[in-house]
Design a protein around this ligand. Structure first.
Ligand SMILES: NC(=O)c1ccc[n+]([C@@H]2O[C@H](COP(=O)([O-])OP(=O)(O)OC[C@H]3O[C@@H](n4cnc5c(N)ncnc54)[C@H](O)[C@@H]3O)[C@@H](O)[C@H]2O)c1
Ligand SMILES: [Zn+2]
Length: 349
């Protein structure tokens, strides 16, 4: 159970698809399913009636208010009432679009979400954020609206591409680094099994990531305080995502962002080279070679960081980690520090 000022909600980790079968036999519900997931699991979705189904093209260019409104319109045509239920299956893109639609239709309808990517399962499915891209800017529009029920099943991860699975691992690794020495050791010992997609190990880490995040979102649901620490590496990561035009997915950009953020910590003398290299060793295992081949110019990355909507000061705001994994929010990261951090990761190719 996750406590929320909007409504408490329930997350269930399930070893198989049986709870999904129940959801899918709800004859009154409206379904939004990532079209790739729909195609990959034909048996699972065979009983969903086409009239009550919206297949979503899960791309950043479709993560827009127009798509959310199309979903609302389709539900209105079906005479959906305030007690209607929307059930969505997919990753973070599906979550963002359907969460927004479920929030604005009649000021909020019932919504159940089944994350099908590792990233959505270990991270985004809780916390209640819905974000849409607008006029080319990422996540510019958004609300807070958690699903009422979430069902996590790692069976979905078997069909994820290597790139999408590794992207999810980026957030799993981040949560463990935030836990301090214990977390760093734990991830070092288990990262190889997770890369091999060992079910038991992956399930364990999905659960511990969610439990870790739960503390922060319950303490600071609307992101005005401690929740900012979960944004460790995201200042650097978002710029990487943007400059790569989303060729580098979110979690992989965060993994690269951790290397960059730690470089700033090393140059400020708050983290030893040795500790940074130790974390890098793990991170380079989950950053695909294809991501390292994407052309990223430090000048462009710097420009993207300065354009980020979250940057409100002259100095750049970022969360930095120290030698004991303590985090601090600083507002004075200098151009030169960012340039050097990015030069370091782009030279690693
Ligand atoms: N709302 C939040 O709190 C929050 C947090 C983090 C990220 N996000 C957003 O989430 C998005 C990224 O989400 P994501 O990484 O979960 O993936 P995604 O939704 O972008 O999907 C990635 C790809 O995987 C495919 N896919 C999904 N499930 C699959 C499966 N089981 N098997 C095979 N293919 C599958 C999709 O069709 C898509 O091609 C970004 O837009 C990001 O901004 C939101
Ligand atoms: Zn993230």
């Amino acid at each position: 159970m996750i406590h929320s000022k909007i409504r408490d909600y329930e997350l269930t980790i399930t070893p198989d698809f049986s709870p999904m079968m129940n959801l899918l036999s709800d004859e009154k519900a409206f379904f939004v399913i990532d079209q790739n997931v729909y195609r990959l699991y034909p048996q699972l979705f065979s009983r969903v009636d086409n009239d009550r189904l919206f297949l979503l093209d899960a791309t950043e260019s479709e993560k827009t208010i127009e798509t959310a409104l199309e979903i609302c319109e389709k539900m209105i045509q079906l005479h959906a009432k305030r007690n209607a239920r929307l059930i969505s299956f997919g990753g973070g893109i599906t979550q963002d679009v359907t969460g927004f639609a479920a929030n604005v239709l009649y000021r909020g309808i019932h919504w159940t979400f089944v994350p099908t990517t590792l990233l959505a399962a270990c991270d985004s499915c809780i916390g209640g954020k819905t974000s849409l891209n607008y006029k080319g800017y990422k996540n510019l529009l958004g609300t807070f609206f958690p699903p009422e029920q979430i069902f996590v099943c790692s069976k979905f991860f078997h069909t994820l591409s290597e790139a999408d699975f590794q992207s999810g691992l980026g957030e799993v690794v981040k949560f463990n680094f935030l836990m301090g020495e214990e977390g760093v050791k734990n991830i070092e010992a288990n990262i190889d099994a997770m890369i091999q997609r060992d079910t038991e190990t992956t399930n364990r880490f999905v659960e511990s990531s969610l439990l870790y995040k739960k503390n922060y979102i319950e303490a600071d649901e609307f992101d005005n305080g401690v929740r900012v620490y979960l944004n460790f590496a995201h200042t650097f990561g978002h710029a990487i995502e943007t400059v790569s035009k989303y060729e580098i997915p979110h979690g992989t950009a965060v993994a690269m962002g951790m290397i960059a953020a730690n470089r700033v910590s090393v140059s400020r003398g708050i983290m030893s080279e040795q500790f940074a290299l130790r974390m890098e060793n793990t991170l380079y295992k989950i950053i695909p070679a294809s991501a390292l081949r994407v052309s990223l110019k430090p000048e462009q990355l710097l420009g993207a960081i300065k354009n980020d909507k979250k940057q409100i000061n002259d100095g750049v705001t970022a969360v930095l980690m120290d030698e004991t994994s303590q985090l601090s929010l600083v507002h004075d990261v200098q151009t030169q520090e960012i340039f050097e951090a990015y030069s370091y990761i782009t030279k690693a190719r």
